[in-house]
Design a protein around this ligand. Sequence first.
Ligand code: SF4
Length: 755
Amino acid sequence: MAFDIEMIKAVYSKFEERVNAAKKLTGKPLTLAEKILYAHLWDGTPETAFQRGKDYVDFAPDRIACQDATAQMALLQFMQAGKKKVAVPTTVHCDHLIQAKLGADKDLQAALNNSNEVFNFLESVSNKYGIGFWKPGAGIIHQVVLENYAFPGGMMIGTDSHTVNAGGLGMVAIGVGGADAVDVMAGMPWELKFPKLIGVKLTGKLSGWTAPKDVILKVAEILTVKGGTGAIVEYFGPGATGMSCTGKGTICNMGAEIGATTSTFGYDDSMERYLRATDRNDVADAANTIKEHLTGDAEVYANPEQYFDQVIEINLSELGPLLNGPFTPDLSTAVGKDMTEKAKTNEWPLQVEWGLIGSCTNSSYEDLSRASSVAQQALDKGLKTKAEFGINPGSEQVRYTAERDGILEVFEKLDATIFTNACGPCIGQWGRYEDPKNAPKNSIVHSFNRNFAKRADGNPNTHAFVASPELTAAIAIAGRLDFNPLTDTLINENGEEVMLDEPTGWELPPKGFEVDDNGYLEPVADGSGIDVVVDPNSERLELLTPFVPLGDTIKGAKLLIKAFGKCTTDHISMAGPWLRYRGHLDNISNNMLIGAVNAFNMKTNFVKSQLTGEYDAVPKTARAYKAAGIKTIVVGDHNYGEGSSREHAAMEPRHLGVAAVLVKSFARIHETNLKKQGMLGLTFANESDYDLIQEDDTFNFLDLHEFTPGKPLTIEAVHADGSKDIIVANHTYNEGQIEWFKEGSALNLIKKQNA
Ligand code: SF4
């Protein structure tokens, strides 16, 4: 990691000067988030005080991380940029393409058999362009980043929404689409609207069954899935410093579930302990030299209302364990009676079939050790586990150390399946059912972050609840959703009533971390001789061809679908089995919008073609329009594109001829992704105009030739009976983004500039 420490020292050497310049310009003390942002301006020392939530600013991130599913398209795009090496330290992590089914060894081998072509492609592209490569089985991207690359005061971007996890180590770490990452890999600045700031003051202390996970489950309840949009959430106060570094990571991780740009914590002793425990004394020593700048100013934390756009206060001493779900991560229920009642009212199955511990959210050594302390009690007290257990360690380092320390053995004695160090069930890579669509209604509890329908196992009837690892373990043992470990007893094999004691565990392994092979491959110094081969007949990988600009006249575009309600990136570009085609744009486009609900018949993947009058699948209908040379429009509801950063959700519509996506509101990353692909991402100036859109509508853009920043576009919607409505559509395109549109995509513009 010698290269890293030099880079980190370079960042720190400029930190104080830039922070002081920003304080002078803004005339106020600064939050940590502001310090990091101002210390990473593309243009160096700050010369402008930016308006939060308004100004677009160019930044210079320190690192990039990509996971295997998104890296394929990102690297295919980077190959088009004509560069010899990545301009910024970058890593690729193979974690999404490994199914959880039979257990770690067999599942890893199956993944290697299934996806070798993709892993080989990623490894060779990484080697060629100077990218660090983490092999399949090395771990989940965000746990590996926290263990190896995250550093206090740093800025990173990653092609995954949960890149935000690195906020646990005091970073501003943001999930972006592959196209944004490609810009930075190619040596371009990374643009972001200067975020708003939400302060979360944590008082009191976590104890007993309450875990860091409960803090973010509570924040999700307060802010909802939209509440963090456009903002950085900064945690502070005595409750924050009292928590472990990986616990802070858990909280920041699920900031993605409230739509936040990212979340962060100030540098403190827990972070120093974690850096030293993960073999980074040099980083801790360097951070200590500028310690006072790696946290928000005391005056900010003393008067948060004055400096944040919104402030929330949570007393950790009063917080109890929560279960969030089903189907949305912001629906919070306290354990016990509240759950009994809610489950009854809503017909949620009370019997729990699986307890899954893992994902980037909760797969640290501390998480496994605390959950195993609960599992151990089942063994000690003669309890028979009612639900099945599945465990995904976060990294090989965590797994190896947990195995050495007997933690995994505890779960194994309970017949748990230890899956690969990978995402597995968290991303639908769970071989739970042969036929998930027709699988029965059931409940599961997991320590993951997301619980949208079908997310874990493809079964729309699975009710997934999110909880801390220790509560997940307790509920799996009890087999009941409404089990309250603080008050309820269980009957053991001898017929005796027993209670579970509070979980215990280790923040860090008492004997230190250990690993045999961490799964990392360093790229060669000169990769110019390395050939990257893509088989033209491959069904998994396809070299890209540039998108053709949409031009300044869009007339006669047809409505493809008017999506009703929640339309996440999972609905637009489903994961699960489709992960297979992440590197093949044409093949993966066959999943375009198949999860979106058609507002006219409330069915999924069933839309009317204006060419035939018949109803058919969305991708098929779109292909027919495209073949006929007709552009299409997608209309959507609120927070369209929430969920993940995958640019496939933008590339697929672009590939299949969608010219514009017109919605009530966007999730930030998806809106940017649409812009990057040279499409129109627009919002209704008047939300109720959504109701004017009819099934047979044709659209004419009346003033696209005058596309300029801040000026709404006017769209004429022509209905089947010939009547018309004028729709005013707002947009957030700045000058540069309008250039992307005019060139056909951001990548087309990069290529042009490189040439
Ligand atoms: Fe993997 Fe799940 Fe984390 Fe995404 S949220 S990186 S799928 S573990």
